[in-house]
Design a protein around this ligand. Structure first.
Ligand SMILES: *Cc1c(COP(=O)(O)O)cnc(C)c1O
Length: 374
């Protein structure tokens, strides 16, 4: 038996669209790039979109375009994928961590103000696992304190809070399209914003510092090659046409897990706030507080031995060796992040995961937990 942790949902339409690009001479900087950007901007409800080669590149360019750099502080969460913090370090600024809300796993809004200093330039919140809870309040807080708000929406394409899409708050938001995300371009990411200047700056930075109206060998500023090819964009256009289908399919799989794992006091199910539509990125359960990290790891090993994909999303960022070295962070600094991350288990989760597989995963998860408490 083999049940993957994630799996992309590719149909003949995606294959045909990619092959069609391969039959043209425009493999990059062709018509598929603006078409994909417009489609994402329209779906999310933003004026501008700038596609790049990864979600990390998208975050990096937003930091640069906003002029964040050495001497600046950016408030963010230690419970995320590493790119959230790395983009701050890449521009020479300092990440300032704030612990998370134990229910939503998002940055704890009540702990942000205490971390604001004269050096603070921005708040960088994340919709962890797709949960958009409190993002609008964080945006309001940033506005009140005259700070930029950069929304790392890389896990939340299709999520809604109070009726609007994730990715519509703040100065800019980013999405990512690695194959385990809600939709994929193979590799890829995108910046969305309503600020034309910011969008133009990101376009230039992704393309070797070229300005839109200047020549191929005219470089107005230090730039990067963070371009996304038309092959990737063609895949993205077809995937985006199916995004609502994806959100629905994922919600159905999440509901199966909920039904089958409900009423087991050893397992804490992910929160789903009332005023939100979750676009599920991953399905992460948490063991009850009585479980130790070694018990959790033994449960992961048991599942893997049975051929069931699983993972410990996330290891706290403030405890990654290079972060402790650079920032002097240590164990105990963010106790809620640490307590949560010791006990999480990401279970197999993708659009076409059959109910029978969900049942198998749940049965084996319960067996693994039984083994630990025996
Ligand atoms: C996936 C992800 C990113 C970007 O990842 P890439 O692999 O660079 O596309 C950034 N932030 C979060 C929270 C993510 O989950």
């Amino acid at each position: 038996m083999k049940i993957n942790l994630s799996s992309p949902d590719i149909t003949q339409a995606e294959i045909d669209a990619v092959v069609a690009v391969l039959k043209t001479p425009q493999l990059s900087l062709g018509p598929k790039l603006p078409e994909f950007e417009q489609a994402i901007a329209d779906y999310v409800g933003r004026k501008y979109a700038v596609a790049v080669n990864s979600g990390t590149s998208a975050l990096h360019l937003v930091m640069l375009a906003l002029g964040i750099g050495p001497g600046d502080e950016v408030i963010t969460t230690p419970f995320s994928f590493i790119a959230t913090t790395n983009c701050i370090l890449m521009v020479g600024a300092k990440p300032v961590f704030v612990d998370i809300d134990p229910k939503t796993y998002n940055i704890d809004i009540n702990k942000i103000v205490a971390k604001i200093t004269p050096q603070t330039k921005a708040i960088l919140p994340v919709e962890v696992f797709g949960n958009p809870a409190n993002l609008d309040k964080i945006y309001q807080l940033a506005q009140k304190h005259n700070l930029y708000c950069i929304e790392d929406s890389c896990e939340a394409l299709g999520s809604k809070v109070n009726g609007h899409m994730a990715g519509t708050l703040g100065d800019a938001s980013t999405f990512a399209f690695y194959p385990n995300k809600q939709m994929t371009t193979g590799e890829g990411g995108i910046i969305v914003t309503d600020n034309k200047q910011l969008a133009d700056r990101c376009c230039s930075l992704r393309n070797q510092g070229r300005d839109a109206d200047a020549g191929w060998l005219a470089h107005a500023r230090l730039g990067y090659n963070f371009r996304l090819s038309d092959i990737n964009c063609a895949l993205g256009i077809e995937q985006l046409k199916r995004i609502e289908e994806f959100v629905t399919k994922r919600a159905r799989v999440a509901q199966w897990y909920r039904e089958i794992l409900a009423d087991d006091p050893r397992i804490i199910l992910p929160a789903e706030p009332d005023d939100c539509r979750m676009s599920w990125f991953v399905f992460v359960v948490r063991l009850a507080d009585s479980f130790t990290v070694s018990q959790r790891d033994a449960i992961l090993q048991y599942l893997r031995d049975k051929g069931i994909g699983c993972n410990n999303y996330f290891t706290p960022i403030h405890l990654q060796p290079f972060i402790t070295e650079q920032l002097g962070t240590k164990k105990g600094d963010f106790p809620i992040t640490e307590a949560v991350s010791q006990r999480t288990i990401a279970l197999p989760f993708y659009n076409n995961l059959p109910r029978s597989s969900v049942e198998t995963v749940c049965k084996e998860l319960k067996n693994a937990i039984d083994n630990q408490i025996r």
